[in-house]
Design a protein around this ligand. Sequence first.
Ligand code: AMP
Ligand code: MG
Length: 347
Amino acid sequence: MVEGSMIILGIESSCDETAVAVVDDERNILSNIVSSQYQDHKPFGGVVPEIAARAHLTHIELIVNKALEEADLTLDEIDGVAVSGGPGLIGGVIVGVMMAKGLAIAKSKPFIPVNHLEAHALTARLAHDISFPYLFLLVSGGHCQFLIVEEVGDYTYLGGTIDDAVGECLDKTARLLGYAYPGGPTIEKLAMKGNPDAFLLPTPLKGQVGCSFSFSGLKTAARKVILEKKNTTSSFQADFCASFQKTIGEILVDRARHAFSMALEKKPEINNLIVAGGVAANQYFRECLAACAQENGALLVTPPVSLCTDNGAMVAWAGIEYLKRGFEGSLDFTPRPRWPLESLKVK
Ligand code: AMP
Ligand code: MG
């Protein structure tokens, strides 16, 4: 362990947010600037990798400066530069990694490339005083998986989606209803006014052993209902969204029950379920998962919404976790579009 206070700059550019934050090892977020590219991608109904890479390049310098300015610090006062080194869209990851390397070289500071998924997994320790091990569910636009977080750099994969991520299922279904990306928040809003029992939708893999997910069947069934009804009245939309959200909640809870039994068998001391990723912003899913955690003698912990979606603070925090343990990255690091969490082993 490295003693003394530590301030890290974290850069995130692996998808459609250019984000930079400054965080210290006492869990203070000194600045957290997120520049979203929603508007750039909106006309295309999803993230376009080439547009994302160019937008990161255009904005990153400005965002770094803004993050330092808001933290009221200069680069000389920073103890290291952390960056999402993957997985993600390669063009964006390259922009972040090159910027981080440049800053680290210019100021002779440690360079710490971190796994983007690991940054999500460790955010709970930035927001709350959580100790290892814990059960972790990542639900975002591109990921949907359960892991046991045993230590920094030590993850056991329990199961994940065999087709679509849950966020993708929400976004594509919202699009069919005529709503722009990201669809998740719109579905949550519409669902508030609807009848969750109006439509019966399938719950793929429910009750099956393991904790894999499958959303493509639900997506197709949802598509069928929407196209059949050809009905865009507000009551149809509200009832449909409420039913759709309830179905996803049912799937998440069933899979979480199975994940708990797998995790507790391996690590009986687990008493926290951490949920992160953009979809974790959903209040209904949080309530369902909180009840499930309680059934298993555990507590659901969700980082604040601003830390659930992609951000630089989680990257800076992961950098702190590594640097505190004496791990520093190499400037030879190459961006990794694919980088499974369970492949990390630093011990
Ligand atoms: P991320 O991939 O972590 O950047 O998160 C983006 C994903 O989270 C998108 O698929 C969004 O639709 C989804 N999302 C964001 N807010 C919500 C919400 N309130 N309910 C459900 N999904 C959401
Ligand atoms: Mg994103």
